[in-house]
Design a protein around this ligand. Structure first.
Ligand code: PHE
Length: 490
């Protein structure tokens, strides 16, 4: 007999039965019984009520104790008749710390200090290991534990409560002991012969899960990127063109008033490109002004006072920050005649970093730039506040920092409610006149800007601890497919 028919026969004699009981009576897997019940329910042959059962089970440690004895009994039995040095027994017996203190408070052992170094000795001749006995009963399904003992074992992580879901079955409106074969398809023959009038058809199952459509899936980074993009667009920012991973040192560093001896330019942090190794086309008048502000100063600055070399500026590299893109855009704005602007970009940058759980040699940078007359630190704090609020961070703190191209500069910390701590989330500042004035921007124009990584908030959002779970060959594609669209503020 098939399983579902066996269930019907059982119910014929009994008015109600729980699926857990059926599973043990039939010696079948509970899940299989539940499957059969679902199909009987669809035919309205049975009805079911959900039942939640809780039961106490041994933990892994509890299993061990049931088998080998409690930690205190094991320790007691390891004490030889003449006693043993305390230090020795603590080293050799597993779980000695717990075992020792429990055996002491049970009065099974004593410490003898008469001979100098403390000696552990048996205090009683025999013991009864009630912990082991109780646990073995529970294993057999007998649960006579007094509440205080149960709580104690729970605290000792020997017992745990598990919840089982089962169904209480009773006869449905279509109950019978055998299952009628229902038609699943309406065929041309049935229509021609008219047999469809008397045949019984299987009802539609509108609860069946549909076939998941085959389609592409956005990677979490891209989901978070579109969320960031949305926020910037709603705040009236325009996206900058970031389609040049290869950049010259000039735009990546020199235009940003980053001196040519700056350690970040060094091959340790920057990937230089060998072919083509150099860029030779620059706006030469602007390049001359950059050279001058580095080597001699100007615009009220004394510069760095070193001999600036075009060869250094020509070197091609993989851009180390999207601030290179911001520099190009600001220069362009100056050439076209200044008008206030709000720009953003979200794209890849590259740094020759030591790889670890949170760092790869490439990552995405999120950057925002606002250029207008008379902007200052208060405007920067204001715009950061608005921006990070949209991300769900309503508490911010700032720490003075240093960037060659901003003054003042601030690191941004946000309070993360989920993690319940302050996290460093970005870097920001007011661009220096030594960067802006050589571009040809009017003197009363200020530019405030900030940057953060896309990976950090994505990892926090998706609860990932290792960057390799997000990027690279070890990424679980199921994770990519099944993660929902993200809302950063939720
Ligand atoms: N470029 C900076 C970085 O790489 C971020 C930043 C952008 C800082 C704009 C200040 C202003 O960390």
């Amino acid at each position: 007999m098939e399983l579902n028919e066996r269930i019907l026969h059982y119910l014929d004699k009994q008015d109600k039965v729980d699926t857990l009981k059926l599973a043990s009576e039939f010696n079948e897997d509970h899940q299989k019984i539940v499957g059969a019940v679902k199909s009987l329910e669809a035919l309205e042959m049975v009805v079911s009520d959900t039942v939640k059962n809780t039961k106490w089970e041994l933990t892994e440690e509890g299993q061990l104790v049931a088998e080998k004895g409690s930690h205190e009994a094991v320790l007691y039995h390891s004490v030889p008749d003449g006693g043993i040095a305390q230090a020795e027994i603590m080293k050799t017996v597993p779980n000695a710390k717990v075992g020792f203190s429990k055996a002491m408070s049970a009065g099974w052992i004593l410490i003898d200090k008469s001979g100098g170094a403390p000696l552990v000795k048996k205090k009683v001749e025999t013991i009864t290991d009630t912990v082991q006995d109780y646990l073995n009963e529970i294993k057999k399904g007998i649960d006579n534990l007094p509440d205080n003992v149960r709580n104690d074992y729970k605290k000792r992580k020997l017992l745990q409560e598990v919840t089982l879901k089962s169904f209480l079955l009773s006869k449905g409106p279509q109950f019978a002991t055998s299952i009628k074969k229902l038609e699943t398809d309406l065929t041309a023959e049935m229509l021609q012969s008219g047999s469809w009038k008397t045949l019984e058809f299987k009802p539609y199952n509108f609860d069946a899960l549909g076939q998941p459509p085959e389609s592409g899936h956005l990677h979490p980074l891209l989901k978070v990127r579109s969320e960031f993009r949305e926020i910037f667009l709603e705040m009236g920012f325009t996206e900058m063109p970031t389609n040049n991973y290869v950049e010259s040192s000039f735009w990546n560093f020199d235009a940003l008033f980053q001196p040519q001896q700056h350690p970040a330019r060094d091959a340790h942090d920057t990937f230089f490109v060998s072919n083509p190794a150099v860029t030779t086309k620059f706006p030469m008048d602007y390049l001359e002004r950059v050279k001058k502000v580095h080597s001699e100063g100007g615009y009220g600055s004394q510069g760095y006072r070193y001999s600036w070399k075009i060869e250094e500026a020509q070197k091609n590299l993989l851009r180390t920050h999207t601030t290179a893109v911001s520099a190009r855009m600001l220069y362009k704005v100056a050439q076209e005649g200044f008008r206030p602007q709000k720009y953003f970009s979200i794209d890849k940058v590259f740094r020759n970093e030591t790889l670890d759980a949170t760092h790869l040699a490439e990552f995405h940078q999120v950057e925002g730039v606002v250029a207008d007359r008379g902007l200052g630190l208060a405007d920067l704090i204001g715009v950061l506040d608005t921006f990070f609020k949209r991300l769900g961070f309503d508490k911010l703190q700032f720490k003075p920092a240093y960037n060659p191209y901003t003054e003042p500069s601030m690191e941004i910390f946000a309070f993360h409610n989920g993690l319940n701590k302050w996290i460093e989330i970005g870097n920001s500042g007011v661009f220096r006149p030594e960067m802006l004035l050589p571009m040809g921007l009017p003197e009363d124009v200020n530019v405030i800007a900030w940057g953060l990584s896309l990976e950090r908030p994505t990892m926090i959002k998706y609860g990932l601890n290792n960057i390799r779970d997000l990027v690279g060959p070890k990424v679980d594609l199921q994770m990519v497919q099944s993660n929902p669209i993200c809302r950063l503020d939720k």
